[in-house]
Ligand binder design. Structure first.
Ligand SMILES: NC(=O)c1ccc[n+]([C@@H]2O[C@H](COP(=O)([O-])OP(=O)(O)OC[C@H]3O[C@@H](n4cnc5c(N)ncnc54)[C@H](OP(=O)(O)O)[C@@H]3O)[C@@H](O)[C@H]2O)c1
Length: 337
């Protein structure tokens, strides 16, 4: 029997999760919500998705869309809802709607770990979400750090310092910036370090962050102290064998976030997405000089790396026990390894 899934919040993350769910053989996309009428609603209609309103029908009817009901009606038809509403609304929705309707819910990285209790990255802690009522798929940056640090812990990481160079806004976003500044996050550590520990509790990590005038991807510069002597080829070997991570090379002319995104478009990915974390081969370095250090840089496509995580989180919460099988099934539908 298919898992019946609804999406509440049909924006950057929600529309991508909806398309991913629609592709899974063991899931049925029951419908998506629409908060205000926009081109997103038009696309949902064209794709044949049922549309459930969260703030009245009037605007939709004026624009020729006849909604299939409201959020409460959607909740009555699903086993699980993926909430991809803006920050803080997901937690409120659990209290206001999901608990009342006894529907399982996934929220996103804009919510705080403490409010939900379970934070999720499939290849790190799939089992923690097994049969849970509520779980949180962590943010794009935290997902990126967790995927590579979890794999590279093979070399016994003792501590990590990482700097997040963050895109100022998503490509469609005309409201945020900066457009001509580099803006440091004025808190130490930035929230990313503690957030990584919500998935990898033993990871001693300290993070700093800044925003730059770019919309394409985030870039992380990571320095890890490791117990084991490590060389670059071993690191590349581990990353090449890590799911949802891609080693990219200067030889391919993948030297920047711009070229990586062009590559994703050329691969024919839906929306030109790159859900894999891209680590630059030539930006991997090691030091063995009385102490062992491992350095690397990675690019994170903020709009898409968390999408496969939402799909696996649905399976885990619905009691599907085989994490490797879930990751494989999800990856196949994205065309990733
Ligand atoms: N974008 C990223 O890079 C990214 C990456 C990873 C995680 N996340 C997290 O994912 C979550 C969603 O972010 P997003 O970037 O997808 O936001 P977004 O693009 O702004 O989309 C949010 C959607 O939710 C709708 N909405 C607003 N209030 C609502 C309500 N009360 N009920 C139902 N729908 C409502 C919005 O509709 P209107 O347009 O009508 O307001 C919009 O369609 C956040 O927790 C965020 O931190 C974002």
């Amino acid at each position: 029997m298919s898992i019946k899934v609804g999406i509440n919040g049909y924006g950057t993350i929600g529309k991508r999760v909806a398309d991913a769910v629609a592709k899974q053989k063991d899931m049925k996309l029951v419908g998506v919500t629409a908060h205000s009428y926009s081109f997103n609603t038009e696309v949902a209609k064209q794709k044949g998705y049922k549309i459930f309103t969260t703030d009245g029908d009037e605007d939709f009817k004026l624009n020729g869309i006849n909604p299939d009901g409201n959020l409460k009606n959607l909740l009555e038809q699903v086993d699980i809802i993926v909430d991809a509403t803006p920050r803080k609304i997901g937690k409120e929705n659990i209290e206001k709607f999901y608990k009342q309707k006894k529907v399982k819910a996934i929220v996103q990285g804009g919510e705080k770990h403490e409010a939900i209790g379970t934070s999720f990255v499939a290849q790190c802690n799939y089992n923690e979400a097994l049969n849970k009522e509520y779980a949180r798929v962590v943010s794009c940056n935290t997902t990126g750090l967790c995927r590579t640090l979890n794999a590279l812990n093979k070399f016994d990481i003792t501590s990590v310092h990482a700097t997040m160079i963050r895109r100022g806004a998503d490509p469609w976003d005309i409201y945020h910036g900066p457009i001509n500044a580099i803006v440091p996050v004025l808190e130490m550590p930035s929230h990313h370090g503690p957030d990584v520990q919500s998935v990898l509790p033993k990871c001693q990590i300290f993070t700093t962050a800044l925003s730059v005038p770019s919309t394409l991807m985030h870039l992380h510069s990571v320095i890890a102290d490791v117990r084991k002597k490590v060389n670059v080829d071993d690191v590349i070997g581990v990353l090449n064998n890590t799911t949802r991570v891609r080693v990219v090379r200067n030889a391919e002319h993948l030297r920047s976030t711009a070229e990586i995104m062009e590559f994703a478009r050329d691969l024919g990915r839906l929306r030109g997405d790159m859900p894999e974390i891209c680590v630059w081969k030539e930006a991997i370095g090691t030091v063995s000089n009385g102490y062992n250090k491992l350095l690397y840089m990675q690019a994170v496509h903020q709009e898409s790396d968390v999408i496969p995580e939402n799909v696996d989180c649905i399976r885990a919460m619905m009691g599907f026990k085989d994490s490797d099988k879930s990751i494989k099934m999800t990856n196949e539908t994205f065309g990733i390894k």
